[in-house]
Design a protein. Structure first.
Lengths: 125, 99, 130, 125, 130, 99
């Protein structure tokens, strides 16, 4: 199943939506985990409300939903280490890198645009 | 009248449209992704703080908790639970959901 | 006090059905009555018995069915919206020549008039959607 | 079915979404038509992208969807005559009353707020 | 050229499935190949055979089934997303002890790996969603 | 790179975010409710016209027709059909959908 025939493409998962209000963030993460098995060049971009996916201290008991935020910490174990977060999106929301639950690279809009432009496949959530 | 808003103020025009139609003395309850509007220090905070001069603003606590932002709420925004949501609906003769 | 509840989104994709359910539970916990829960738009997808959610997550459809059984709540799925999206009960399936149906326990299929009637009969109507 | 037991409530259908991109506008109209049978005090509000529901000249052949805009013209025959359109929403979109396919009352934001506040039941689409 | 297509919303509620279908038809009309259409999120709801849309409207599910039959296109519904939302084929229904299934002709249920593989094998992957 | 936008510029931040990330020489295709951004005389027109200095902007004709706005398109926005959509996808090595 995970045979890519030696092809290595640059895959980017673009996350622009906050968690819990919709399922996109959770199901995006499920694709990311699967992609690890294919030995592709995978990166994740978090911009706009997508930066909220990574906030520390998520606690979902009251809404009776599954808290999937710990899974972001597991990505490193799958060799998925390119997590890019938009600096402007953090600033607009009064957030800093310290508020995030994983190590990320904070990038400017121009840097994010460069990263997007060099991808082979962009999946948007 | 009770107005509920369930959309992020950064993503949609929903809260802005709601606040343009609330009358003094009415209440606005932020739920689901709408609770991001209840937070201090964002580019949407001013809009909410200005509205608080004329209307009461509430935020649903379980939604703040889920999103890990309960400790960032603007002073004066009242955090309530689902029981409080029910009370608000009862207190006001009608409810409008801004979707 | 009598409450009507309208649910406009399906399970899991949006939080609307979750919030509506937790709101409904709170209404009942306070001793109030739920006159009807009306499922419209993709909300009709809350009424399928074929969902198999992950073990470590909530079962949205079953929660509604159980709430209805325990408190005798009327869960109504809009017939027109349900037909468009493939939610059928036995008689609907028969009428339209389909070989299967998927309606969940406690849900019934009926017309949009049931929504308007809930607006008239209930003291409050609250809409949950996207 | 259409027996309201003599109760007459003020129902408002609030339309804030454009047609075709989502089904809300079409299914909203289906509820409006049904509501006519209950002899309630029905009004429709069109604001934000909801004003686009009423634009003249909709032609859906290319997208293979049903053009439901002519139904707005039929509302009068159901004695549904209170159609309120937000002036600011028209202006933001460069539209005027002449661009709409039915007769409406164009109202200011303050007037719309007054109308909303006097309703018994507000259904949002 | 080989195209992959991802559809993230169900039929009727959003236009995504309509646009994806019309795009797919245009791809084929130009003589290109569709490697796979992958249905994710509520997109899995495109794969139910129980829809009964109004006579004067398009039948979104049948259109996909017919396109697949005519051009031999691989329509894949994500198994995890489908389980959450109640889209089952015969073996899935059996495995989870359900008394009915609702998968439409031409659709098959498989894993998310099929999406990643489509991204690798196709020359272009286009996403349609909300 | 081809960017598609399917949301109304009045309702969401999608187009704004897209335009902040397009590089000179890339293309933006407006589809579904995104076509409202292709119209002249709206509060969103300036944003699109400014972008047109650096990127090509396209709009899907069948979506303009459905919404009754085909006669209002900004000069210089190229109106295409589904076949033209396919051509754009082929011309550009990758496509990003802004949802």
């Amino acid at each position: 199943m995970a045979d890519a025939g030696g092809v290595v493409k640059k895959f980017m998962f673009v996350n622009r939506k906050s968690p819990y209000g919709t399922i996109y963030a959770l199901e995006s993460l499920e694709v990311v985990l699967i992609s690890a098995a294919f030995d592709q060049d995978v990166s994740l971009a978090f911009l706009d409300d997508g930066v909220y996916e990574l906030t520390k201290g998520q606690s979902t008991k009251g809404v009776e939903m599954k808290n999937f935020s710990p899974t972001y910490r597991a990505l490193e174990g799958y060799d998925i280490e390119k997590l890019y977060v938009a600096q402007e999106s953090l600033e607009e929301r009064g957030l800093s890198e310290d508020d995030l639950l994983v190590d990320v690279q904070v990038v400017s809009r121009a840097e994010m645009a460069d990263l997007m432009a060099e991808q082979d496949v962009v999946l948007s959530f | 009248m009770l107005h509920t808003v369930n959309k992020s103020p950064f993503e949609r025009n929903t809260l802005k449209s709601c606040l343009a139609h609330v009358k003094p003395g009415s209440a606005v309850l932020l739920i689901e992704d709408g609770v991001y509007a209840a937070l201090a220090g964002t580019v949407a905070s001013d809009m909410v703080q200005q509205a608080m001069a004329e209307v009461s603003v509430y935020a649903l606590g379980p939604d703040l908790d889920a999103r890990g932002v309960a400790n960032r709420v603007i002073d004066g925004v009242k955090v309530i639970d689902y029981a409080g949501f029910v009370d608000l609906v009862i207190e006001h003769p009608s409810t409008q959901s801004w979707l | 006090m009598k409450f009507g509840i309208m649910v406009n989104e399906g399970p899991y994709q949006h939080q609307a059905s979750d919030t509506a359910y937790l709101f409904a539970k709170a209404v009942l916990a306070k001793g109030h009555e739920i006159y009807r829960v009306f499922f419209y738009h993709d909300g009709v997808n809350n009424g399928t018995r074929l969902t198999v959610p992950p073990q470590d997550d909530r079962n949205i459809v079953n929660r509604w069915s159980e709430l209805a059984a325990k408190h005798g709540i009327d869960l109504v799925v809009c017939v027109a919206a349900a037909q468009r999206r493939g939610i059928l009960d036995e008689s609907e399936a028969k009428r339209h020549g389909r070989d299967a149906n998927n309606i969940a326990a406690g849900f019934r299929i009926s017309g949009l008039g049931q929504l308007v009637e809930a607006g008239i009969q209930a003291d409050r109507l609250v809409v949950f959607g996207d």
